[in-house]
Every structure is written in structure tokens, then in C-alpha cells.
Write a new protein. Structure first.
Length: 212
């Protein structure tokens, strides 16, 4: 029996790793926070993304994932909320003004969000993504046996929450290294605007996506 749990866990680790490493709204957000606002903001957004993952896992464990998967109306509401929020983040990025110098040398840059605001942005970008919801709703029935104790399932969920936050914290550290960030800051506002277009594209794609 213990062997079967390790088999389930290995399946979950591989599937989750492939999903979390693929480019998406979460990665785009952490990249923008890293380049525009620095390491602290990016790290708090990364923790928010991890907390968003935990929400998907909790409702899967409670059995609410089945309801959500079989309720087109509920998924549609989440889909449009997510698309609207991604659009909002995109518009904010498009409004970024040119910096009057290098941020690290005291130049003027965009206002740095509070830790709570950075966390909330990461949390909302993830928790309002119905594609993330469908990933977890599909993963648990496929990879986890109905006889697996809830405590073991919660352990799987804890791993995915910590691994997600850890991955994006790593991304945050990489993109806020001095030599990396300085190269981007010279054209930082254009990068922000480009990422704004990316967020808008994610939002439009989500709004018109079929979640069946």
C-alpha cells in the first residue's frame, strides 16, 4: 500500500512540475514583478501564487471539484472573472511610464506595491485561472485512488503548494540578480508594456476559451 502512495506521489510530482514550469500568467506576473519592482515584491507574489494553488487543492479534497467541473455556469463565472483580472493587470502594465534612470541608482520608477498587494496579485492571478482549476480537478481523479486517505492526499497538496511557491521564488531570485535586472531596466518600461500585451492576450484567450 505504501508503494502505491509513492507511485501516486511520483505521478503528481511529474505532472505538476511540467505544468508549473510551462509559461503562463503566473510566470508572466513573477517576471514583471521581478523586473519592475524587485525581489521582495516578486517573492510575495510567488507566495500568493502558492496560496492560490492551495485553494484549488482544498476544494478538490472536499469534493467540490466535481461540482465545479460539472457546473458550466460556475466555470464560466470564474473564467470571466479571471479574464477581467488579467486584463486589469495588463492595462496597469501598459500604463507604465519611462523611468528617469536606473532604479538601482535611485532613478524614479513605478510605485512599489505593498507586501499584501503583491501577495494578493499573485493569489488572484492563480485562483481565478479556471485552467489551473481544471488541471487539479483532472489530476486528482486520474492520479489518486479513491481509497487513498485524505491525510495522504493533503500531503500531496502540501507538496504542490510548497513546490509552486518555491519554483516562482527561484524565478524571482534569478530575475532580480543585479546583472540581470540592470540589463532589463534600461528598457524597463517597454518590457512592462510588452508584458501588458501578454496579460491582455492571456485574458482574451481565457475569455474565449472552451473549458469543456
Amino acid at each position: 500500500m505504501i508503494h502505491s502512495y509513492w507511485t501516486e506521489f511520483a505521478t503528481i510530482v511529474v505532472a505538476h512540475a511540467l505544468a508549473v514550469a510551462s509559461p503562463g500568467p503566473d510566470f508572466a506576473l513573477v517576471l514583471r514583478q521581478s523586473l519592475a519592482h524587485g525581489r521582495r515584491t516578486a517573492l510575495w507574489s510567488s507566495i500568493g501564487i502558492g496560496c492560490g494553488i492551495s485553494v484549488h487543492i482544498v476544494y478538490c479534497l472536499l469534493g467540490l471539484g466535481y461540482f465545479l467541473k460539472n457546473s458550466p455556469e460556475a466555470l464560466t463565472v470564474v473564467k470571466y472573472l479571471g479574464a477581467a483580472y488579467l486584463g486589469y493587470v495588463g492595462v496597469q502594465a501598459l500604463r507604465t511610464k519611462a523611468r528617469s534612470g536606473d532604479l538601482d541608482l535611485g532613478g524614479e520608477g513605478p510605485a512599489v506595491p505593498s507586501d499584501r498587494a503583491a501577495w494578493a496579485t499573485g493569489f488572484l492571478v492563480n485562483v481565478l485561472n479556471p485552467k489551473a482549476a481544471l488541471f487539479f480537478i483532472s489530476l486528482f481523479p486520474l492520479a489518486v485512488s479513491v481509497t487513498t486517505p485524505k491525510l495522504i492526499q493533503a500531503g500531496y497538496g502540501l507538496w504542490m503548494t510548497v513546490a509552486t511557491a518555491g519554483w516562482f521564488c527561484f524565478v524571482s531570485v534569478v530575475f532580480t540578480r543585479q546583472e540581470v535586472r540592470r540589463k532589463f531596466l534600461a528598457h524597463g518600461h517597454w518590457i512592462d508594456r510588452a508584458l501588458g500585451v501578454v496579460f491582455l492576450a492571456f485574458g482574451v484567450s481565457l475569455a474565449f476559451a472552451s473549458l469543456k
